[in-house]
Design a protein around this ligand. Structure first.
Ligand code: ISE
Length: 339
């Protein structure tokens, strides 16, 4: 069976990780084009890929011969233009989160898919492919702990990159909890409150870090998210569901999952980065997307999920600025997405 030709847009941290994953881990596909504004870096990446074209213009990469699907890992503000190019060529897309920085851009993508009459865009909310999150969802769906009442989430990064802003704690980090809450609960997020304690002395000057984000679901569940992107000790993501008849918690045994007890002490590894902690989830996400893209389909969160997350992020940014509870404003779910 012929390999799915993929154009990878963006060869930074995530783009390079996906190029490696497609070549080493995920069967059924090969990278035939890479694009990045950094001409030197994109040539270096392409040099390691037999026959792959190197481009600085995403549109040229998307139009290159042999491209059957597009994986977008460029910065969020560049996603919309690249996606619309891919949709003009009717190519399946896997776009790293967030789909777009604002809901208006996501609505333009929904309209482009409406005109095509089919969904081609999948959004890279990879936690839906994490084994522990999948087990938690199955447990909630089965009613094993009764109806959920709370989700207690902790999202900690060891340190934040220099370009990271206070808004990104919400739009680039908590956006994961927004999607997992919608997916785990099967409900929409209707309001957001953001509380900011004193900032950590480890946070770069001016960065409001950590923050506490409260999400309210349409079914009455409260989701609290501690987002702390300069915690220093490692990369730790936990989620505890509190139900009417029990609780379920994931994310404790990070790293290799081994807890050692010796000489009166207990120790275990804490991963240092999201590409390590969620490596299997990224692999499973791209593997399933490749199989679906070969059939011209999506295999996970779609553009509507990306829009819904962008609408919640918009409310979250407003709540962070105003200090008051802010309701989420979103259009009704269109028929193409099950509405
Ligand atoms: C990053 O973009 C991710 O997606 C990680 O999963 C998240 O933990 C990190 O905070 C984001 O900046």
């Amino acid at each position: 069976m012929s390999l799915l030709g993929i154009a990878v847009i963006g060869t930074g941290k995530m783009g390079a990780d996906h190029v490696r994953r497609i070549g080493d881990t995920v069967g059924g596909a090969r990278v035939v084009a890479v694009a990045d504004p950094d001409g030197e870096r994109v040539k270096e990446v392409a040099a390691g890929l037999e026959g792959a074209g190197a481009f600085t213009d995403p549109a040229a990469a998307i139009a290159a011969p042999g491209v059957d699907a597009v994986l977008i890992a460029s910065p969020g503000p560049a996603h919309e233009e690249a996606i619309l190019h891919a949709l003009r060529h009717e190519l399946p897309v896997l776009c790293e989160k967030p789909l777009t920085p604002d809901p208006e851009g996501a609505l333009r993508i929904l309209e482009a898919e409406r005109r095509l009459g089919r969904r081609l865009v999948q959004v890279g909310f990879m936690r839906r492919f994490d084994a522990a999150y999948e087990r938690l969802k199955a447990l909630l769906d089965a009613g094993d702990i009764g109806r959920p009442l709370f989700l207690h989430c902790r999202h900690r990064n060891a340190s934040s990159p220099s370009f990271f802003t206070s808004d990104m704690l919400i739009s680039d980090s908590v956006v994961h909890e927004v999607d997992t809450a919608r997916w785990l609960l099967g409900e929409e997020i209707t309001a957001v409150t953001v509380l900011s304690p004193r900032s950590s002395s480890a946070a770069p000057e001016g960065l409001r870090d950590p923050r506490l984000v409260l999400l309210e679901s349409s079914g009455g569940v409260i989701v609290d998210v501690e987002i702390f992107v300069n915690c220093g000790f490692g990369y730790e993501v936990t989620c505890e569901a509190v139900g009417e008849s029990g609780t379920a918690r994931i994310g404790e045994a990070d790293g290799d999952g081994v807890v050692v007890r010796r000489a009166g002490r207990r120790s275990g590894e804490i991963t240092q980065d999201f590409t390590t902690r969620f490596a299997d989830a990224y692999d499973r996400q791209v593997r399933r997307w490749v199989a679906a893209a070969a059939r011209g389909q999506v295999a996970g969160p779609d553009a509507w999920d990306g829009y819904a997350a962008a609408a919640v992020s918009q409310a979250g940014l407003a709540a962070a600025r105003s200090g008051v509870r802010t309701e989420v404003r979103a259009v009704p779910r269109p028929p193409l997405y099950g509405g």
